[in-house]
Design a binder for this molecule. Structure first.
Ligand SMILES: NC(=O)c1ccc[n+]([C@@H]2O[C@H](COP(=O)([O-])OP(=O)(O)OC[C@H]3O[C@@H](n4cnc5c(N)ncnc54)[C@H](OP(=O)(O)O)[C@@H]3O)[C@@H](O)[C@H]2O)c1
Ligand SMILES: *[C@@H]1O[C@H](CO)[C@@H](O)[C@H](O)[C@H]1NC(C)=O
Length: 319
């Protein structure tokens, strides 16, 4: 047996691996440049209005990336509202946007802790008022599901109105289209489960797929549901030890397959401005293109109605 053989073999393997790593990085650069070019080329249909964009979760991560990409695209001439809890982060982000030069364009922060439905109601009411002139939920589920729904539903009339005035109205959500496994219809809201986190992961994406199909049937504007892939954001950095360190390690090992928040922001904004062209749900992947046929569960009438009734009931404020 030749004892020296394994060494050249492993050297060759490492060389091939390193070459592949850099090839992927090179093709990532080409793909990102294409998305940036697409954003330069796309015309906002409502060019006679100053566009208004609300980023719930715009103070970090993908929301920040999209907000920055939009500020760049519009040269600052956009009304951008960042919603979140961290005002310091919001101010720092806004200070780097190009300064607006047309009336009506402005960049602002609105504080809202979106785990409480009453906070969302107060925030959406405040947002709408400008136009004219401890609720018993798990906080993770509230933020990821009911809160998203409530933001969209409360703002739907104003979006419809904007559309009637010839503006481009769209809803955009970053989550995990097609990643849900099932819904336990006997425990909607996951109130009785004993393994909450496992069930949350297995069920939440399907909740969103189904409720968005029902929402889309009721509104005339596009709803984009995006899977961003793995984005190197602050997500998980507040989790219990050692989760943040494990995440950092994953980010390093998977580097070529991950995106920075600003790269993701470009792909996500392209999906919103270029890909989504008409009513219905647009389920897109990490580069902002529509997911392959069959990726998303098509809900039955009965599934849609049951989830809609449950969700409307849970998100209405009982005083
Ligand atoms: N990163 C990924 O690889 C990935 C993959 C699939 C899906 N996603 C989904 O994409 C979305 C954005 O993820 P990200 O990676 O960009 O996260 P991130 O960097 O952690 O940013 C989260 C954003 O949400 C806001 N937020 C968190 N809790 C809030 C609360 N209680 N009330 C109001 N705002 C709150 C944060 O602002 P404040 O701190 O100012 O409140 C921040 O702006 C998440 O729903 C995530 O599940 C991400
Ligand atoms: C708020 O954002 C700033 C800047 O990104 C960060 O340094 C700080 O830790 C954040 N504060 C909280 C409470 O998350």
């Amino acid at each position: 047996m030749d004892l020296l053989k394994p060494l050249p073999i492993s050297l060759a393997l490492v060389t091939v691996g390193v070459a592949a790593f850099f090839r992927i990085l090179a093709s990532n650069r080409v793909r990102l440049a294409q998305a940036q070019q697409d954003l330069v080329n796309v015309k906002l249909s409502s060019s006679s209005h100053v566009p208004v964009a609300i980023f719930v979760g715009g103070t970090a991560g993908i929301g920040q990336g999209m907000a920055e990409a939009l500020a760049l695209k519009t040269n600052g001439n956009c009304h951008i509202i960042l919603i979140g809890r961290n005002e310091t982060a919001a101010k720092a982000i806004i200070s780097k946007f190009p300064k607006p030069t047309v009336p009506g364009a402005k960049h602002e922060f609105v504080r809202c802790d979106a785990t409480l439905m009453k906070n969302i109601e107060q925030t959406t009411k405040e947002l709408l008022a400008r136009d004219e002139t401890e609720e018993g939920m798990d906080s993770k589920f509230a933020l990821a599901y009911y809160g998203r729904f409530k933001f969209i539903r409360d703002l739907t009339p104003t979006l419809e109105n904007a559309r009637r005035n010839g503006e481009e109205a769209k809803v955009y959500m970053v989550a995990g289209p097609g990643r849900g496994k099932y819904i336990d219809w006997n425990d909607l809201g996951l109130k009785r489960t004993k393994s909450f986190l496992l069930e949350f992961r297995a069920q939440l994406p399907l909740y969103l797929d189904i409720i968005l199909q029902e929402l889309a049937a009721r509104v005339p504007f596009p709803i984009v549901h995006a899977d961003p892939g793995i984005v190197r954001t602050t997500l998980g950095s507040n989790a219990v030890w050692p989760v943040p360190y494990i995440l950092k390690l994953i980010f390093i090992l998977c580097y070529p397959w991950t995106l920075s928040y600003s790269e993701s922001g470009v792909y996500m904004l392209r999906a919103m401005l270029v890909t989504a062209k008409g009513s219905g749900v647009w389920s897109v992947g990490k580069h902002g293109y529509v997911l392959p046929e069959g990726s998303i569960h098509v809900a039955s009438e009965q599934e849609r109605r049951r989830l809609w009734e449950h969700t409307v009931e849970e998100t209405n404020i009982k005083e």
